[in-house]
Write a new protein. Structure first.
Length: 140
């Protein structure tokens, strides 16, 4: 089985934002590959942020029923979080000096067994709690 890759909200949003041509192409390709490999992981936090963003914050918001169907489609990637992940996020927040919500992403990625996190929001090239951070949209 392939190592898990944790997907942050921005990857999922770009895949469904028509204004993001270059980033949309990359995000769609990533999600397709992770679906094929069955190696994608995300959290309830990511799905909640995705829904809120695509229905309220895009220039052309998605209809709620479409956004809800996407959430449902990706729900099988979802990793359950427990109070243990919250406690781990507190530790990561302090050690890595990142905000709590980013620390929750890392803590949940750890729980999923991910070896990397794809995110535009964290520092690419950095390893946090042993997980490699990659920005799939950074130009070479």
């Amino acid at each position: 089985m392939n190592a898990k890759t944790f997907v942050d909200t921005n990857v999922l949003v770009y895949a469904h934002d028509e204004r993001e041509g270059y980033k949309q192409d990359i995000a769609k390709r990533i999600l397709h590959c992770l679906q094929q490999d069955r190696s994608g992981a995300l959290s309830m936090q990511v799905l909640q942020e995705f829904y809120n963003t695509v229905t309220r914050k895009l220039a052309s918001p998605l209809p709620r029923d479409e956004a809800r169907a996407i959430v449902d489609d990706f729900s099988y990637w979802c990793v359950e979080t427990t109070p243990k992940e919250i406690m781990r996020a507190f530790q990561i927040e302090d050690e890595a000096r990142i905000n709590f919500w980013d620390a929750m992403i890392v803590a949940t990625a750890i729980r999923s067994g991910a070896t990397r996190i794809l995110s535009e929001d964290l520092n690419p090239g950095q390893a946090i709690a042993g997980i490699q951070i990659e920005n799939p949209f950074a130009l070479p």
